[in-house]
Design a protein around this ligand. Sequence first.
Ligand code: SF4
Ligand code: SF4
Length: 288
Amino acid sequence: MKQISIVSGKGGTGKTTLSGALNFLFQNNTAADCDVDASNLYLLLNPKLKKQYDYYGGKKAFIEQDKCIKCGKCQTLCRFDAIDFINEEFKINEYSCEGCNLCVLKCPVKAIELIDNRAGEYYLSENKKMKVIHGSLEPGEETSGGLVAEIRKKAIEVSKEEKTDYIIIDGAPGMGCPATSSITGVNYVIIVTEPTKSGIHDLKRIIDTTKHFKREFGIVINRFDLNIQNTELIEKFCKDNGIKLLGNISFDETVLKATQKQKSIIEYDSKAKEDIINIFNNLMEEIS
Ligand code: SF4
Ligand code: SF4
């Protein structure tokens, strides 16, 4: 089984449009929506929910009220202002607690312990063509890199069970922990960019990250015809650096229409669909 991750240096480049289309073009594949902060691939693939799993990320303090002698030491020491005194009891504010363990160490009666923090959920869903793994974090939780890792782990498990040949991953955008979690260990990375100055800047950064993890990769320029001059700059950059350009996608209003109807562009005859099929063919040559 091969894992293909579609990423971008920033959000809004059309990464999910391409991911959705590739999930329909590949045969015998599992989909993983690792863009957990904007889980739109799930909307495009429109699967039915089958199973739900708890995601635990990090630890939070918990006070056993039976043991607490209400000395207030923990509240004084906590640098994150995460301990409140409510109704005559010291209580942990789970949104503020960073799980630093200081209160656990300093409580004179050992009334505090760190417990696993339920930080979100991930799901197994299914449409007529494929199984889809996706997830969401609880409000205020920031451990999305861990959730991405959990989604990828489940996708591998499902792919093995279903004997699928590919896992197509809609990766998290940007350069942070969720983005790197979307890249590590995959067989091929597709980097989607756009012909803007900021797009070119972000492209170079995500290329560096992908190279750091020693992953094979290729570039797709989305809406390339909106700025031919910048597209040529990206093409030259790729040529000069020996980087594979998988193809360009035209600006096409059908993409917006398809997205509004929560459908993949692959379901509409359009220029963008032709471009994506061309990219798919180039990709197959790269990974086979
Ligand atoms: S330090 Fe321990 S005993 Fe003191 S208020 Fe906090 S939990 Fe209670
Ligand atoms: S674990 Fe750290 S952050 Fe959380 S309540 Fe205790 S001292 Fe505060």
